[in-house]
Design a protein around this ligand. Structure first.
Ligand code: ZN
Length: 300
């Protein structure tokens, strides 16, 4: 049996119940997204993003790059992570300013990370849909036979050489990438970029007892079946979303958007998820879609 997503990864994240707000920092001119009412309340809800939202990386990729849309995303799913901000705990700050502590990503860093995710999600969609026109704008061959691609990273737009005939190690790759055949080259580019990104996030490997037959969860404590499994635990939401994206690219299942009217949830179809030909995310949606289709037919 193929391992499902939640058997490979373990990740819990928290969202402050008071939500987030934008504040100026004492140390730079950018806005930081910080916990609202941080002085008064610390109540959080904990959730499992990878299990509850199998396409969270796609939702993130298409968040509009404005303060309000980003804040709305954070209020639902939490701040992106711990790689931003700098802990300076013992200084005094003017009221309304942040000390830039743990996880306070700035507006610029949110925008940059959204753009980076969107660029690769769009590249992946173009590969799946065999959208050659789009891929031709990404992949290019130069006179000397080198293959390269253009991509948006968090630090900005870059041109990358995928393989160059001058390098011994690249020659076997070049043999597989016939000039002008963009689809395969695009797959190489996508692999290269996702790999680079997940490499930049710390992930811890854990040994856990597998779920028992009664479906015990890891947290609260598992019902052990006395078989140990290895699971990967990302350290923050951004790292988790990149792992999720990577898994969706290699996984035997497909992420599909629910076809029921009014529901836009993504669900995992195929091994480890719902039946591979499922159109809807749950039984309620399946029934709603069927009622909708019947009504539509009776109107014709
Ligand atoms: Zn649905």
């Amino acid at each position: 049996m193929t391992a499902s997503f939640s058997e490979t990864f373990r990740f819990t994240w928290s969202v402050p119940e008071a939500g987030f707000e934008w504040r100026k920092s004492a140390f730079d001119s950018d806005l930081h997204l910080v916990r609202a009412n941080a002085e008064r309340t610390t109540a959080h809800k904990r959730y499992k993003p990878l299990e509850e939202f199998p396409a969270l990386h796609r939702i993130f990729a298409f968040v509009q790059e404005d303060e309000e849309s980003i804040r709305r995303f954070a209020n639902l799913y939490g701040n992106i992570g711990s790689r931003y901000g700098f802990p300076v705990l013992f200084l005094q700050f003017p009221p309304g300013m942040t000390d830039g502590t743990y996880g306070d990503a700035t507006l610029q860093s949110w925008k940059a990370e959204i753009r980076a995710m969107r660029a690769l999600v769009e590249l992946w969609d173009a590969i799946k849909n065999q959208d050659l026109d789009k891929l031709k704008t990404v992949i290019s061959w130069s006179e000397n036979g080198a293959v390269g691609y253009k991509v948006t990273r968090a630090e900005g737009g870059v041109s990358v050489t995928l393989a160059h005939p001058d390098f011994e190690k690249d020659r076997s790759v070049l043999k597989r990438l016939r000039r002008g055949r963009v689809l395969k080259a695009a797959r190489y580019a996508l692999r290269e970029e996702i790999d680079k990104k997940i490499e930049s996030f710390p992930t811890t490997l854990h040994l856990v007892w597998a779920r028992g037959r009664e479906g015990g969860r890891y947290d609260p404590p598992p019902i052990p079946d006395h078989h140990l499994r290895m699971v990967l635990e990302p350290h923050d939401l951004l790292g988790a979303m990149w792992l999720q994206f990577a898994q969706s690219v290699v996984g035997p299942y497909e992420l599909r958007q629910c076809a029921a009217p009014g529901c836009e949830r993504y669900f995992q179809a195929g091994p480890g998820g719902t039946r591979s030909h499922a159109k809807t995310c749950c039984t309620a949606c399946r029934k709603r879609l069927s009622r909708f289709n019947k009504r539509a037919k009776s109107l014709c």
